[in-house]
Structures are given as C-alpha cells and as structure tokens.
Design a protein around this ligand. Structure first.
Ligand code: AKG
Ligand code: FE2
Length: 322
C-alpha cells in the first residue's frame, strides 16, 4: 500500500511522494560478520572478546521458542497496523505509551526518525496499571517473552561480571531486572529512503540491549569508521553493549554506535529489550566521575531538550572541562 494512503501511519509519515526509489543497495551490501555467541555452550572468553572488540554479537541457542518469537512479532505487526488515531487513544495516558518520530522532543528538532512503536516499562506493567494493554493476548505474549529476555540478560551479565571481576555489591546494583524496558518498533516504508533513517546514529543508554528483528533488515553498526550491515539471521538475537556497561567496564567494553536505515518498500518490525542498572546505584570507574543511572538519564534528557543531541558518557568523562 502507498504510505500516503495508509491510515495506520502517523500523519508526518504520510508523504506525498508516490515515486518510490529503489533502496540504496550500496548501504545494504554484506559486510564483515559480527561474532556469534552460543548461550547454551557459553564461552566466557568469546563473549568478553565480542564485547571488547565489537560491542555487539549475535546470540545463538538463546532458548526462545521460534513460535513465541514469530507470534510476538506478528502480533506487534497487527497492533501497529491499527489506525493511527486508535493507537494514540488506546495507549494514551497509560504506562505503555505509543510514540512516533522520536526523538522530536527537543526545542530544536533535528530530523524525525522514521519509526513508531510502543514503549513498555516492565515494572509498571507488572503492577497491572495499563488500561490499553490489560488482559490482551499481546500482554500474555509480552509476559512470556520478557521472562526469556530477563533470563538471557542475567546470564550474559553474570558472565561479564566474572570477566570484569566485579564484587557482589557492584553486580547487584549494576543489574536491576525490574527497571528493564521493552520497545516494540515499526519502521514504516519511506519514499526516497536513500538518505533517511528509521533511527539516526546513536548508542544505547542501557547496560545491554537485546534485539529481535524480522527479516527486512536495516540495522547497521559503526566499526572503524565504516557502517556495517547487521543482516537478520533467523533464530538469532542481536545483543549490544550500552553506555552503562561501557562505564561499568571502565571502557573495556564498547557501547557500539548504530543506526537503522529506512526502506522504501518494506515495513520492518523489531523488539528491543533494554536491561539497566538500578537508578540509584553508583557507577564508579577511573574514566568517569561517579554517577548514577538517574543522573545519566537526566543529563541525556537535558541535552536533547537543549540541543537535539544526546551527549551521553562524554558528559561524565573525567577529562571533560564541563
Ligand atoms: O530496531 C532496531 O534494529 C534497533 C533499535 C535500537 O537501536 C534502539 O532501540 O535503540
Ligand atoms: Fe539502539
């Protein structure tokens, strides 16, 4: 369907160009392959090396049944194909929120990200406060899915704490399962998608991010100055290191810069689970002034509102003159 006519798209995505250009093939060529980590036969050395050298890896044998993965992606596709105004109403005001075009929140709006979705803070979901979501079958799938995500995040984090030689106090405050967030994304088709992004280049603020994507593709990481495609491989998840893990590891691990390309011909669905440290746990390292995740989040929000950009960890770097 032409996106101009699709009532499920937010208005800003209903563009008038009907002449779809082919996608930009050069951007989508295969690049060097990112490492694969096997969760069933976890090799801690291989995992740590992937975090040090790449900041991202594919995760095989993660234990999520393919039927669950397919069902939740299909259900997400269905919900997000509801009319735009219905999505706004259904998810307006509750803890589960519907967003589109993020991060157009600043005073100086840069370009709009060609993405919409649901933001699901899991702690509030557990407390049962969400009216538009309630007892839906999607809710049941989310519950089951995030149980797997929490298990996977915990297992990876535990292995990394051994590699980093964190003590038990640090490992407890640096991983807070209740603070996790699930985001469900739909990247609408975008006419003339060549130079446009579903998500602009960024690093995640999380500890670890675990991505499940459909077969469309578009994710890229920045490595040694080049953008590399992370093509979907069925039954494998993608895990990336976030800013908090970079700080906790004292820059041993790398919070990888990534982005998502828009496609002119295909919509894309992805689910991203973000694991975080506890909000008030102090993160101390030799490279950054001590800070909590709450401090970090407030600074990111302040910078985005003031400048349109996330500055992130550089705000806390010890050499930072500010
Ligand atoms: O949808 C994707 O492939 C990536 C999502 C992402 O980078 C994010 O949510 O931070
Ligand atoms: Fe991201």
């Amino acid at each position: 369907m032409d996106s101009t006519a699709d009532p499920s798209y937010p208005h800003i995505f209903r563009r008038h160009e009907s002449d779809h250009e082919p996608d930009c093939e050069p951007y989508r060529k295969a690049g060097p392959e990112i490492p694969v980590v096997d969760l069933r036969a976890l090799d801690p050395g291989r995992l740590a090396e992937a975090c040090r050298v790449w900041g991202i890896f594919r995760l095989a044998n993660h234990g999520i049944p393919p039927t669950l993965s397919n069902r939740i992606l299909d259900r997400a596709r269905l919900i997000l194909s509801e009319p735009f105004e219905d999505k706004r109403t259904r998810f307006g005001g509750g803890p589960v929120s519907y967003f589109w075009g993020t991060p157009a929140v600043g005073k100086r709006v840069r370009s709009v990200n060609w993405v919409e979705g649901l933001h699901i803070p899991l702690a509030r979901l557990r407390s049962g406060e969400e009216p538009g979501f309630g007892s839906s079958s999607f809710r049941c799938l989310v519950d089951e899915y995030v149980r797997h995500m929490a298990r996977i995040a915990r297992e990876l984090f535990n292995a990394l704490t051994v590699d980093l030689k964190l003590d038990s106090v640090q490992s407890t405050s640096h991983f807070s399962e209740p603070d996790a967030i699930l985001r469900v994304y739909r990247y609408p088709r975008r006419p003339n998608a060549c130079h446009n992004f579903g998500l602009e280049a960024h690093s995640d603020s999380s500890l670890l991010s675990i991505l499940n994507q459909d077969e469309v593709g578009g994710l890229q990481i920045l490595r040694e100055g080049r953008w590399i495609n992370v093509a979907p491989i069925s039954d494998m998840l993608i895990v990336n290191i976030g800013d908090m893990m970079q700080a906790i590891s004292d820059n041993e691990y790398m919070s990888v810069e990534h982005r998502v390309l828009a496609s002119s011909s295909k919509e894309r669905i992805s689910l991203c689970y973000f694991a975080y440290p506890s909000e008030d746990g102090l993160i101390s390292s030799s490279r950054y002034k001590p800070f909590t995740y709450k401090d970090f989040k407030a600074k990111v929000q302040e910078d985005i509102e003031a400048t349109g950009f996330k500055i992130g960890l550089d705000r806390f770097r010890i050499t930072d003159p500010n």
